[in-house]
Design a protein around this ligand. Structure first.
Ligand SMILES: *Cc1c(COP(=O)(O)O)cnc(C)c1O
Length: 360
């Protein structure tokens, strides 16, 4: 069976080793005579799975003890509301940096519940850069400052965090989680939908400082209150059991590979291959300013829509799938998450070179 190189922005590739373990354990998990899919979430076997997943995540991300790890449902998008409902309740104010669609959606959702303010935006140049901010730009009374750390659609990432002083920083890390080390202690809250770099769609991981839990607005539905899940070890109701199991396998795989330092090294090597080619190509161009380039999502264009479409179609035939840009941006986008081997990127660049020669 031939596997394609899948450049999808999400759901996206998973490590083959993880998929193989899933296959091996599908009918009988560790002698239990059941698939993890069929297991009671209240069983001893399952408790061990979720405990081990959390322990390994804490280990690879070096998560301090005063942070809770929650395994939730509802995707990254549900966090847009949860963050506001739970955190925007001291001064009812929050500052947002608008770096693309995901940040904008989060901002609009928060504006339904309080005084959300767009402090900075890169909309003027189609989100092709990260706007600079200074500490004075933020409202001292803001309950938090919100960023989307890696902008999946536009291919930018915060190389440096905004200086927010004592104001808790909240970050959507859906498309860069586990791609490189991150200092969790610099954040009040981090969240990531799993389907980009961790597991199948269905689980969202929230890492939240304990003092930010327990201050939700009265209108907050029980299921959207972090306290509910923190108090119950993510088992207030049935969690996304199978997704958490796969996430746990991914964490183990990362550990075995050498942790986040190693991931960073591999991801930088992969991204360099692609960006170096784009910087030297006469046909293909990257769309993002160099200093804000994402390691995970690499958008590029030929400048000619017909040629873009031809490239996407021929790439697909050659086994490079899901390379079309986001429907709102056009062009191409290669998402090169942890599970994409460097051979995939090398072969893609080879293919691009050939396409350039043939279509010059
Ligand atoms: C994909 C994505 C989301 C949305 O995730 P869902 O799980 O589909 O709700 C949010 N933020 C970022 C940065 C993303 O890449």
């Amino acid at each position: 069976m031939a596997r394609v190189y899948n450049f999808s922005a999400g759901p996206s590739m998973l490590p083959e080793e993880v998929l193989k373990t899933c296959a091996d354990e599908m009918f009988d998990y560790a002698g239990s005579g059941q698939s993890v899919m069929e297991m009671s979430h209240r069983s001893k076997e399952y408790q061990a799975i979720i405990d081990e997943a959390e322990a390994n995540l804490r280990d690879i991300m070096n998560i301090p003890d005063n942070y809770k790890v929650l395994f939730l449902q509802g995707g990254g998008s549900t966090q847009f509301a949860m963050v506001a409902l739970n955190l925007m309740n001291k001064n009812k104010k929050a500052d947002y940096i608008i770096t693309g669609q995901w940040a904008n959606k989060a901002y609009k959702e928060a504006a339904r519940y309080g005084n959300a303010r767009a402090v900075a935006s890169s909309a003027d140049k189609t989100y092709s850069y990260i706007p600079k901010t200074k500490r004075e730009d933020f409202d001292k009374d803001a309950d938090y400052v919100y960023i989307c750390m890696n902008n999946t659609i536009y291919g930018t990432k915060f190389a440096e965090l905004p200086d927010t002083g004592d104001i808790p920083l909240v970050a959507d890390i859906s498309s860069c989680a586990l791609s490189e080390p991150i200092d969790v202690s610099k954040f009040g809250l981090l969240f990531a939908g799993a389907q980009k770099n961790i597991a199948p769609a269905g689980v969202t991981i929230v890492i939240v400082r304990e003092d930010l839990i327990g201050n939700a607005m009265d209108i907050t539905p029980t299921m959207l209150n972090y306290q509910t899940h923190a108090d119950n070890g993510s088992m207030f109701n049935t969690p996304p059991c199978y997704c958490i199991y796969v996430a746990g396998l991914t964490f183990k795989w990362i550990k075995k590979m050498g942790g986040l330092e190693k991931m960073k090294e591999l991801n930088e090597a992969k991204a360099k291959v692609l960006y170096d080619f784009l910087d030297n190509s006469k046909m293909f161009k990257g769309t993002v300013v160099k200093e804000d380039r994402s390691l995970m999502n690499v958008p590029f264009v030929t400048g000619n829509e017909e040629l873009d479409a031809k490239f996407v179609a021929e790439a697909k035939k050659a086994g490079f799938v899901n390379i079309k840009g986001h429907r709102t941006v056009g062009g191409m986008r290669a998402s090169i998450y942890n599970a994409m081997p460097i051979e995939g990127v090398l072969k893609l660049v080879e293919f691009m070179k050939k396409f350039e020669e043939e279509n010059a």
